[in-house]
Write a protein that binds this ligand. Structure first.
Ligand SMILES: O=C(O)CCC(=O)C(=O)O
Ligand SMILES: [Fe+2]
Length: 381
C-alpha cells in the first residue's frame, strides 16, 4: 500500500476517535436535528431543472446532517422485502457448521459470515451478526466492464456464498436486490455530481466496476426487552462513520439506528416506511475537502423485536486514484478558502484507503491480512 494512502486512512481513524471523545454540549439540541426526506421522483425527469432541484436538496443534507431519507426511488417493495427474507434465512436457517465454512477469518477482503464477536468497530462487544459480500459482474445489470479489482488490487472473485443445496435461491435473491440498489447508487451519484457543480456524468467512468460491499445484518432483541437508559447499553454495532462514498441503508421496521448530532447527543432515526437512508461516508468527505459531512452513527436495538438491515456501501472503482474535486478547493469569496484545506487532500487510491479502514475493525488489530486465508500467487484458495 502506498504510504500516503496508509497515513491518510490512519488519520481518518484518529479523527473518528476525536469525534467520539467529544463532550455533550447541549442536551436538548436533539429536537433541532432533523434528517430530511428527499422525494427522488423528480430526479428521474427529463428536465435538468427538475434533477437540479433534487441535487440541491442533496447538497443541503450532505453539508448539514450528512444523512437523508429517499422516497420514490423506484425499487419495488417486493425486492426490498425479498432481501430481508434472505437475511432471515441466512441467520436462522443456515446451520452454524456451514456458516463456519465461510467465516470471515478465511477472507482477506472482509467477506463471508461475520459472527458478532469477531469484529468490533469501537471496542464494544457487539450483538450483530452479518453476512458480507462485494461487487461481482454477475450482480451488475449493466454487466460491468470486466475490469473489477478488489480492495487490495487483486482480481479474483472473493465472495463466499452459502451452499445453494442448503439455502436454495439465496444467490438469486441477493442478485435481485443488489442489482437494483447498484443502479440506484449510480443514479444518485449523478445527482451528487450535479450537487457539487460537476458535470452530471463526472463519476460515470469511475463506477463501471465500482466498490459495492453489502451486508445482511441481524440484531437480536435486547435482554431485558427494553433498554432506555444509556448505561450498560447492549451495542448492536459500535459508533463509526462509513468508509466509502455513500451508503444506501435498508432496514426492517424495527428501530435501532442512532446518529451522533453536532451537539454530541444520539438521535434515534425512526424508520420511514418505503425509504432508504443515505449517508455520506469518509471517502467522499475527504474527496469534497470536508464540505460533505460523514456522520458518526451506531446501532442499538433497544426493544424486544429482532432487527434486520442491509447496508450497501458505494465506492468508485477501487483502483481509482483521487484528488480533491475541482469544485471543492479555492477561494470562498470572503478572503478565505472553501473546505478543510487550501490545497485539498493528498491523492489516494480508493480501495487501499477503504481496506485500511476495514482492517482496524478486526479485534486483534491485525486486520484481514492477519487472517488465516492462504495466499498463493496473490489469489486466495
Ligand atoms: O444496521 C444499520 O442500521 C446500520 C449499519 C451500519 O451502520 C453499517 O453497517 O455501517
Ligand atoms: Fe454504518
Amino acid at each position: 500500500m502506498d504510504s500516503t494512502t496508509l497515513s491518510e486512512a490512519r488519520s481518518s481513524t484518529k479523527y473518528l476517535e476525536s469525534r467520539l471523545a467529544q463532550k455533550v454540549t447541549s442536551q436538548d439540541a436533539d429536537s433541532n436535528f432533523t434528517i430530511p426526506i428527499i422525494d427522488l421522483a423528480p430526479s428521474f425527469s427529463r428536465s435538468l431543472d427538475d434533477r437540479n432541484k433534487v441535487a440541491q436538496q442533496i447538497r443541503h443534507a450532505c453539508t448539514t446532517s450528512g444523512f437523508f431519507y429517499i422516497t420514490n426511488h423506484a425499487i419495488p417493495e417486493a425486492t426490498r422485502a425479498g432481501i430481508l427474507k434472505q437475511a432471515e434465512r441466512f441467520i436462522k436457517d443456515y446451520p452454524r457448521s456451514k456458516k463456519e465454512e465461510i467465516h470471515l477469518r478465511y477472507s482477506t477482503l472482509g467477506y463471508g459470515w461475520e459472527p458478532g464477536d469477531y469484529t468490533s468497530i469501537a471496542g464494544d462487544s457487539e450483538t450483530k451478526e452479518a453476512f458480507n459480500w462485494g461487487y461481482e459482474a454477475g450482480l451488475d445489470k449493466s454487466g460491468g466492464d470486466g475490469e473489477y479489482t478488489n480492495l487490495d488490487g487483486t482480481t479474483y472473485c472473493g465472495n463466499k456464498w452459502p451452499d445453494e443445496e442448503v439455502l436454495p435461491g439465496f444467490y438469486d435473491g441477493v442478485r435481485e436486490y443488489y442489482s437494483e440498489v447498484l443502479q440506484l447508487a449510480r443514479h444518485l451519484f449523478r445527482l451528487f455530481a450535479l450537487s457539487l457543480d460537476l458535470d452530471e456524468h463526472h463519476f460515470d467512468t469511475m463506477t463501471t466496476h465500482p466498490g459495492g460491499i453489502a451486508r445482511l445484518l441481524y440484531y437480536p432483541p435486547s435482554t431485558p426487552p427494553k433498554q432506555t437508559s444509556n448505561s450498560n447499553l447492549q451495542i448492536g454495532l459500535g459508533a463509526h462513520s462509513d468508509y466509502e462514498c455513500f451508503t444506501l441503508l435498508h432496514s426492517s421496521s424495527t428501530p435501532g439506528l442512532e446518529i451522533l448530532t453536532p451537539h454530541g447527543t444520539w438521535h434515534r432515526a425512526s424508520p420511514v416506511p418505503g425509504s432508504f437512508i443515505v449517508n455520506v461516508a469518509d471517502f467522499l468527505m475527504r474527496w469534497t475537502n470536508g464540505i460533505y459531512k460523514s456522520t458518526v452513527h451506531r446501532v442499538v436495538n433497544r426493544g424486544g423485536e429482532e432487527r434486520y438491515s442491509v447496508p450497501f456501501f458505494f465506492s468508485v472503482n477501487y483502483e481509482t486514484l483521487v484528488e480533491t474535486l475541482p469544485t471543492c478547493v479555492g477561494k470562498d469569496g470572503h478572503g478565505g478558502f472553501i473546505g478543510d484545506r487550501e490545497d485539498g487532500y493528498p491523492q489516494i487510491r480508493a480501495g487501499e484507503y477503504i481496506l485500511e479502514r476495514l482492517n482496524t475493525t478486526t479485534k486483534d488489530g491485525k486486520g484481514y491480512f492477519g487472517n488465516e486465508a492462504v495466499f498463493r500467487g496473490g489469489s486466495e484458495k
